[in-house]
Design a protein around this ligand. Structure first.
Ligand code: NAP
Length: 302
């Protein structure tokens, strides 16, 4: 039985991915800041602040999926919060690497989350591929450092994969659960100009992509984890209202209001470029929810 160690496995993506892996016969362990009990999953503790990691977690792992990281959207992006966003990703990768190296552990792959923020919070009609350079803004730098921190695994001969993930759509949390109440009341609207692109992915497709990254040993390097259909914020918002059978009449929320409410973080909502899913499709990966209509219908019916 193959063993998969997931960091941040208690989160939105990790909890669904864990369930899917268990159903496919994998052994699953989590690395967490707290060891609150879970029935089917053994949880090991770590703390990057004190460089502590339970060595047994690494001893037992065939694969590591690194999802842990301070939320990008929970708190305003103060200097301190920005540092925590970066360090919780980079220093945790360093800690994993040090322990893997110390144990001379022959991992089969190190697979990590990254974000489409790599391409920058910009509005552009160009379609970003994995060949693009990172964009020199806060999220671009976070993603760059996050991905670079995994390079030492590669140097040890361990296959590494980074999934540059778009907005994850799930009925259990994340962006959709924040949007649903206002749309259910029939007062949902687009944001800013509404022309900015929303790169999105259904949570089931994303989890299948992680499983493919485990099972397909030809996968290596960065892959965009976004659905093939490109949608503007206006189209996304209208489709959401339609899926709920609600009217869509409210004027767009002005960008200036979001800037006041959220500060610099508002760029995540107000900007967005187009991102290609071609490279992952070339591996033979097939999306269950390639269009926003199919994804929303599935999630809203759940
Ligand atoms: N959801 C999205 O739309 C989306 C889009 C693009 C990229 N991503 C990336 O994918 C990864 C997983 O996303 P998710 O939505 O599942 O995130 P999530 O629900 O916020 O879960 C992340 C997990 O990371 C751990 N964590 C949180 N803050 C931490 C800190 N300061 N230091 C160390 N660990 C910390 C927590 O696990 P413990 O409490 O068990 O330690 C938490 O459950 C994240 O890195 C995220 O940035 C997500």
């Amino acid at each position: 039985m193959q063993a998969v160690l997931i960091t941040g496995g208690s989160g939105l993506i990790g909890s669904v991915l864990s369930e899917k892996l268990l159903n496919r016969g994998y052994q699953v362990f989590h690395l967490s800041r707290s060891t609150s009990n879970s029935n089917s999953i053994k949880i090991y503790k770590w703390d990057y602040h004190s460089s502590f990691i339970d060595p047994e977690a690494i001893q037992k792992a065939d694969f590591i999926i690194h999802l842990a990281g301070e939320s990008l959207v929970q708190k305003r992006w103060t200097k301190k919060q920005k540092l925590s966003i970066i360090e919780s990703r980079v220093k945790t990768t360093d800690l994993l690497f040090k322990e893997v190296k110390k144990q001379n552990k022959k991992l089969k792959a190190f697979i990590a989350a990254s974000g489409v923020g790599y391409y920058g919070a910009i509005n552009s009609d160009d379609i970003a591929t994995e060949e693009n350079q990172y964009h020199n803004d806060f999220l671009g730098n976070v993603c760059l450092q996050w991905e670079k921190s995994a390079e030492p695994f590669n140097e040890l001969g361990i296959r590494t994969v980074a999934l540059r993930t778009g907005m994850v759509l799930s009925s259990k949390g994340g962006a959709l659960s924040k949007l649903l109440p206002t749309f259910k009341w029939g007062i949902g609207s687009a944001i800013g100009s509404g022309q900015q692109n929303v790169s999105w992915i259904h949570i089931d497709d994303l989890c299948e992509m992680y499983i493919k990254a485990i099972e397909d040993d030809k996968m290596q390097g960065p892959y965009n984890a976004v659905a093939p259909e490109q949608v503007s914020n206006f189209k996304f918002s209208k489709m959401l209202a339609n899926s709920l059978k609600k009217s869509f009449w409210m004027p767009n929320i002005p960008g200036v209001i979001l800037k006041l409410m959220l500060g610099e973080m508002s760029i995540m909502l107000l900007k967005g470029s187009r991102v290609s899913s071609e490279k992952i499709e070339e591996t033979g990966f097939s999306f269950s929810f390639p269009t926003i209509k199919s994804a929303l219908q599935n999630l809203i019916e759940k």
